[in-house]
Design a protein around this ligand. Sequence first.
Ligand SMILES: Cc1cc2nc3c(=O)[nH]c(=O)nc-3n(C[C@H](O)[C@H](O)[C@H](O)COP(=O)(O)OP(=O)(O)OC[C@H]3O[C@@H](n4cnc5c(N)ncnc54)[C@H](O)[C@@H]3O)c2cc1C
Ligand code: SF4
Length: 559
Amino acid sequence: MATNDRESMDLDVLYIGAGIANLSSAYALMKGIREHNAKAAANGLKTIEEPVVLVVDKGQKVGSHVLSGAVVDPVAFKELFPELKEEELPFFAPVTNDDIYYLTRSGKIPVPAPVRPREMCNAGCHLASLAEVTRWMAEKCQAMGIEVYTEFAATELIMEGNTVKGARIADKGLTKTGEPGEAFTPGMDIEARVTVLGEGTRGYLAQQLIGTLGLAADANDQVWALGIKELIRIPKGRVQKGSVTHAFGYPLDMATYGGAFVYAFDEDLVGVGLVMALDYPNPMMDVHDQFLLLKRHPLVAGVIEGGEVVEYGAKTLPEGGYFALPKLSVNGAVLVGDSAGMLNAMRLKGIHLAMKSGMLAAERIMMALASGDTSAAALDYRAAFDASWAGRELHRTRNYRQGFHHGLLPGMMLAGMHMFTGGALPAGRMKLPADYTAMKTAGRCRPTPKTKTDQKLYLDILTDVFKSGSVHREDQACHCRILEPALLKRDHKEYASPSTRFCPAEVYELVTDDSGNFTDIRINFSNCVHCKTCEIKDPLQNIRWTPPEGGDGPRYKQM
Ligand SMILES: Cc1cc2nc3c(=O)[nH]c(=O)nc-3n(C[C@H](O)[C@H](O)[C@H](O)COP(=O)(O)OP(=O)(O)OC[C@H]3O[C@@H](n4cnc5c(N)ncnc54)[C@H](O)[C@@H]3O)c2cc1C
Ligand code: SF4
């Protein structure tokens, strides 16, 4: 690789990922320093020099790789922007109606409001497109003098011993064999006094740091769920803007934790999603087929019939909760948002926690910049997190998700106990094994049913991928690598090549000979929507996902 002309840059704070966690943190940092300086100047005290702050993101634009529900709890927005009225925040609508159903194959049983725990109540929340919210936040940051660079995929941490010194940005224009092509541009080395890892779910660099420095040695294994979502334009008059519907049960089997949502962003625009915990046991389950079955259920079909899919996407979300939080700081760096596992699985909400984690990290970063001490201890915001409403919220639901590992019924019993005792019971710390260990062998399981597709509403998987806008330059090394090709035969024999069913973008394709016998797995990496399911769910842990060059990947607009 030609690296002689690699540029470098020195700055104070480098934020990796322009998600809501990092943008909130960068904004809070600059705001905090300005407020401090105004007070200090008025009282003749020492001011803090305004730092040089850069946010980088691998997406083509801010928000291109951001996908959420989203029902937003505005608590963190109110803290960060106390000067703004709620109607000035970048939301579609306040929640006007909030229903929960248990779904059977063709019916629905409502869960009445009086028996629902308060965690599952969305009064006071707002519907939003998180991709749009992050773009709004990026503008707020830029107005504060913070630089935001897109198409910058950070692929390597710059380390000095156990201290993070910054990150290297991926080269562009390398060929499949890793040689510089005609349009080769070497990625920058960005050195910073503090690096903030807000890469979202299963962050590539965050996972490396957690692994190499043993940051999760005392924590539970992190577990994830996969969320598949479509935005669907529907005929007017069927939904009330702001209405929120959640459901559990069908199409998922009793051994799979998860649920569905239908959010009415407008009278003619709904978001439909299915979230499936990745500790599901059936290797024959096809995640996209499950999503189609959900759309065919009368609860959803009654809303979307006659409509047209406008966007598709998928993403994982960390569900391990309080007991799966890793150490949040190392020398020179902190973890925030989904990269640190800040998500409340019971509420299916992480936005407010991601924001608060970023804001609390900003307080420590400000002190570190002022004192010059950027050690792990100086940057550690865990105590402040635990003492905050965010830490208390996550603590209250600390054993909620664990019960569902054994199926829906035991999960509901334990969850009920957990919710009605405010988290006190079951007591202690319940553990969960890593998701991939839950997969049974194919011989013990049956394929999940399929349903008809069309070109407008019930889309096949490849048409859906097209709706994600995902694009990757073809002449580059594949970013979804099979580590040990020899293991693919065993993967097929024991699990019937489950990557062909758990990838929501058909990246992994079965190749057979004329007699239909397995020969290989073809990798169509340009379909990839960067959800990370393959790394998490592959039963032999034989797939490694790495960020491709900056700008590649989905191009979400309103997800
Ligand atoms: C289907 C689904 C539904 C959800 N519904 C809700 C909901 O209704 N309410 C709610 O509150 N929460 C919801 N969540 C969770 C919520 O979306 C997340 O908790 C939240 O987005 C986390 O924010 P973040 O900033 O940590 O990460 P993200 O929003 O994922 O942002 C991370 C950013 O980092 C960038 N990035 C990643 N790696 C790199 C790299 N190496 N180099 C450069 N850039 C990088 C990505 O491109 C991305 O822009 C949902 C999640 C899903 C998947
Ligand atoms: S290849 Fe992996 S990361 Fe990409 S869409 Fe498929 S499962 Fe998700």
